[in-house]
Design a protein around this ligand. Sequence first.
Ligand code: HEC
Length: 381
Amino acid sequence: MSPDAETVKALLWTLHQAQQTVWAWIAALGLTPSQHGQAVWPFGQRLAAEQLLFDGGQAGRLLVSGAAVVLAAVLLLVSGFWRRARWPLWGGAVLLLVFAPWPQWSLLTVPTVPTAFHRSPTGFTAASILEGQRLYGAHCQRCHGDDGSGEGPDAARLAMWPPTLNGSLLWKRTEGELFWHVRNGLRDRAGRVTMPPASAALDDAQLWALLDFLKAQAAGQTLRKTGAWRFPVRLPDAPLRCRDTASSLHALQGQRVRLALTRGDAHALSDDPRLVTVAVGPGTSPVDCHSDDAALEAAMAVLVGVAPSALPGHRLIADRQGWLRVRGRPGVDWSADDLVCRASTPAAQAAPVAAAADGLDGLIRRMDSEPVRQVSGGFPH
Ligand code: HEC
């Protein structure tokens, strides 16, 4: 039996929630020590359910086994009230559990680390992306390359070629796993160091900032090479002023947000009732909100995959949930190609953007009707 895609997604979501709940309880009950300020995941493995997306058979087995567990629990409950039927009910529960088509657990779990579910304290800000970029240049670039593709000047001399940091790797791992791997380094099966630990040179806050940069860089580089943000990325946070009141980009969540530079972008810099326009850069501007945070400009260049000098004319739009979805190019009108973060279903990826009064209208409609589901650690959520 192979369940349909929606059922598998619901199953993944349930597994993810169950795992998070287990971790929350372990942490709340103080059953595990704290490291780096957060509770440790005490197991060497975690569920990594991405396999279920490819292997419908395993998903089916898991569903049937789950049903068997629920049924067995019901039988045990009933046996509490119906004393005379107790033995047959217990026997039934045992048979159900023994004969359930259990999935192959080795396919559904991956080795993990104590910081598996640690959350980044940065809040994904423009400032942390910029700080991460500086640290990357100083500590990582020689192996991982200018653009994260793994072709740094030292790469060819290593025992193992560094992986590209712009592929699915960053999303297959949890953030806490990446933190651990970069902090403590990696070894091959024979125990030889493949990546040296960064812990001597970088503190925890710096490591988290580096991970923000890696995500932004992966978005920009995949956009540059493939014309799409293959993995969803958030609108970074930055301070701004809206009609003389101090605010921040993340405080605008719930509304659609457009970022446009004050330099050379006169036509994008008028208010539009469909979204909140934020002018980015020095000077004054005629629109709703204004940010002169230099880090925001630098982060935008990373996210778009261009040098800062080539940024003027680019625009970014985030949806109401705070995901970056649309990228506008200098001197080019809005078109379907600007919806660079699409929903993950193949149908949505292939669907043409409906004709609309102006290009932006069609893009906004698509953005609203196809919400993003983030993938992390093999789980959509
Ligand atoms: C001496 C070369 C070198 C340096 C310096 C280096 N790396 Fe690596 N990195 C590697 C190699 C080689 C691998 C693959 C190791 C493996 O899979 O065993 C790797 C793997 C990774 C991975 C993938 C980890 C995973 O979960 O599989 C990340 C992320 C990463 N590096 C980030 C960084 C960051 C951030 C820095 C800077 C602080 C850095 N690296 C510095 C060589 C390097």
